[in-house]
Write a protein that binds this ligand. Sequence first.
Ligand code: UDP
Length: 482
Amino acid sequence: MEAREVGPLSFVDVAPLALDRFERVLTPEQEQELLRMVARGRVLLEGRVVWSVNSTAHGGGVAEMLQSLIAYARGGGVDARWAVIGGEPDFFRVTKRIHNRLHGYAGDGGPLGEHERAIYDESMAVNAERLASHVQAGDIVLLHDPQTAGLVDAMKTAGAHVVWRAHVGLDSPNDQARDAWRFLLPYVSGADGYVFSRRGFAWEGLDQSRLTIIPPSIDPFSPKNQDLDPDTVRSILHVIGLQRRNGGAPVVTCHDGSSRVVERHAELVEEEPLPEGAPIVTQVSRWDRLKDPIGVMEGFVAHVVPVTDAHLVLAGPETRAVADDPEGAEVLRLCVDRWHGLAPEVRRRVHLAMLPMADGDENAAMVNALQRSAAVVVQKSIAEGFGLTVSEAMWKARPVVASRVGGIQDQIVDGQSGRLVEPTDLESFGAAVAELLLDHEVADHMGKAAMERVRMDFLGARHLGQWVDLFDRVIAATEAVS
Ligand code: UDP
């Protein structure tokens, strides 16, 4: 994957991926459905470009998904392309504020008024002009998240079918969320279709007939999710710097079929590497308050450390790497401060890893190894659109303890394919983690059930099928009128 700068807007080259590899993971019924969908999609999208537009090529769930879905769409014969908008730091401060509010939180507490609208409109206008020079009438433009909502009108004017997709939301809207909706609604409402990850996320005031629910998905063959043998896992942890003893070769297979050797160290905050054989509890997330890394640390220290010999690994990207996430560095600093404040005998049980993001495949391999090495994966988010990290861990047959928020509730059936806990209840969180660490039989059973759940509902093939259905409806609705 390579991002080419074109002024404020860039295009990401994505190599096609053949869809037939899904044979290895789908049930026969799912496979038949996939074949039907590919045939239908090819006819429907002949002569059209399907554009996906978001605000970062690396880091976060949306970029992760687009990389795979666009590659498979291309492999299925569709001219799918990816554009990444650019913007000044002020623009991303405004969109981060909107993002936090859509989750129901005040974020930095600043306003969303006329000044912010002017900042937003200015960045959007520059991006719109660039993008419009590439988009043809009849194309499909999929705009992702608040950062791109301001492009709807310009893309409609260019003659495209425009769908806006929200990846965040909250189940019971509050004033913060309504504030963000008010800001975004004038941009979004003109789209031909709106997509939300869950029914409960759909905003008041949108035309219900244009609404579609599509949960996210993972790619089982990506460097992030592909099978890794225990030796490879060990060797990747060794390269990261978390484990002393080496395993085999730290090699994964990239999207394009080539091999990638994992070679960069992570920046670590720890007393010493993980002890041999210690059970590991892991959360992988951007450094974001809503992922509550400090709560994970507190819950682990208070309720897991006293009853097990487990170690906690909190992993996330190097903070300078995620362009549209200006708060990351500060949250990481707070985590490091909290870590320094722990008593020394407890501190050695907690490890912070800032993973290099210079190479997407290498970073993904690290996340893969970290999730696979965990006895229990946690995702203690305060709010969550979907939480791809949950499906990623479930696909690896890990037992997951996660907050009962947003799309996490659609992935985990509590007590069967993982454990759901209230997001601020550190005691229940710690108790669920400790129970799974201590009862291997339950943990094993839950992990296997988790993998099956992802196979049935959260792999990319299902997602692509839903896109084809949606495009079919949108094209039929708009081209019938004209
Ligand atoms: N991720 C990653 N490297 C990191 C931290 C996170 O690749 O250092 C990935 C993670 O594996 C997942 C995505 O970023 O695929 C996060 O998606 P999720 O839906 O969990 O949360 P978001 O960041 O979109 O809020």
